[in-house]
Design a protein. Structure first.
Length: 277
C-alpha cells in the first residue's frame, strides 16, 4: 500500500507542490525507461520538438500514449501512483487524464516558460495532480521551479507556447485569463520559488493551477521525465478558448461545460479494479 506522509500532503495543500522521495522502486523506474525508449522510437501523433533545426540539444515532448505503450499503462494502474495521487488530492478516486514525456538533451537552451496547466486542459476542479518523475539525476537549477501557493487564488493564466513563450492567440477579452506575470523579475516572488535536487525514484506532485517553469539543460546528461496527470471526484469538463491541449474535442470528446468526465475516455485507476487492457 502506498502511504503519502502527512507533511507531503500538507505541503501539497498549502504550497501546491510537494516532493515525494523514493516514490518509485528500481523495478518501476526500469519499466518507465522502457516506456520512454519505446515512445522515442515510435512517437505518437501529439509529439513535438520545441527546438529549431540546427540549434544545440533537443527538447522533445509527447503525450496521450498510455493506451498504446504498455509501460505507461502499467504505471498508471499497478505502480501505486494512483493511490498516492488520490491521497494527495483528498479524493476517494483517481482517474487518468494523460501522461506527458518531456526530454531535454544535453545543451538544450530552450526553457519551459512560466505557466499553469489547468488553462490548457478540459479538466477543472480542486482535485487534480501531476506527478513528474525524472529518470536522471536532476539538480535544483535544472529541476522545474514552482511558485508556492499560486494555486490558491483560483486565477487562470493564458496558455503559452513552449517553443517561444508567446501567449496562445485566442480571444481572452472577457478577462477570465490574464497574462502570466514576469515572475523571474519580480523580487517579491523570489522568496516563494522552490525547486529540489532529485534522484531517479523521486517525484514532484503539483496541482494543475500551480505556476511553474523548467530551466535550460546545460548539464552534460539528458533530463528525461514523465508527468502522469490525474484528477479526482470533483473534476468536471471545462470549455476553453480555442483548442485545448491535449485536443480532446478534436479527438472526438463531445461534452458541455460542467459535465462529468466519462470513464471510457478517462479510466478510473483508484480504487484499482479489474483491468480491461
Amino acid at each position: 500500500m502506498t502511504k503519502v506522509k502527512d507533511a507531503e500532503r500538507n505541503a501539497y495543500r498549502e504550497d501546491g507542490v510537494t516532493v515525494l522521495r523514493g516514490l518509485f522502486t528500481p523495478e518501476w523506474l526500469e519499466r518507465l525507461r522502457e516506456g520512454v525508449d519505446e515512445n522515442l522510437k515510435n512517437p505518437g501523433p501529439m509529439s513535438s520538438s520545441y527546438t529549431d533545426d540546427g540549434k544545440a540539444g533537443r527538447y522533445f515532448g509527447d503525450y496521450c500514449n498510455w493506451d498504446r505503450i504498455a509501460a505507461f499503462r502499467d504505471i498508471f494502474y499497478d505502480s501505486g501512483l494512483a493511490e498516492a495521487a488520490a491521497q494527495l488530492m483528498g479524493s476517494e478516486r483517481a482517474y487518468i487524464f494523460h501522461e506527458h514525456v518531456l526530454i531535454k538533451e544535453p545543451g538544450t537552451q530552450e526553457y519551459t516558460p512560466w505557466h499553469q496547466d489547468q488553462p490548457y486542459y478540459v479538466a477543472t476542479g480542486e482535485q487534480t495532480v501531476s506527478v513528474w518523475i525524472p529518470l536522471d539525476p536532476v539538480p535544483a537549477d535544472v529541476c522545474p521551479h514552482f511558485l508556492r501557493g499560486s494555486h490558491k487564488d483560483g486565477q487562470l493564466y493564458r496558455p503559452r507556447f513552449f517553443k517561444d513563450g508567446a501567449d496562445y492567440g485566442y480571444d481572452y477579452s472577457d478577462g477570465t485569463y490574464i497574462p502570466v506575470p514576469d515572475i523571474d523579475n519580480d523580487t517579491s516572488a523570489a522568496a516563494r520559488m522552490i525547486s529540489w535536487d532529485l534522484e531517479p525514484g523521486d517525484a514532484l506532485a503539483f496541482h494543475f493551477r500551480t505556476l511553474h517553469n523548467a530551466p535550460r539543460n546545460e548539464q552534460a546528461r539528458r533530463r528525461r521525465a514523465v508527468s502522469f496527470r490525474m484528477f479526482g471526484d470533483d473534476a468536471r469538463y471545462a470549455e476553453r478558448p480555442g483548442l485545448p491541449s491535449p485536443p480532446y474535442p478534436e479527438m472526438g470528446l463531445k461534452l458541455s461545460d460542467g459535465d462529468r468526465l466519462p470513464e471510457d475516455w478517462f479510466p478510473r485507476i483508484w480504487p484499482r479494479e479489474q483491468r480491461t487492457a
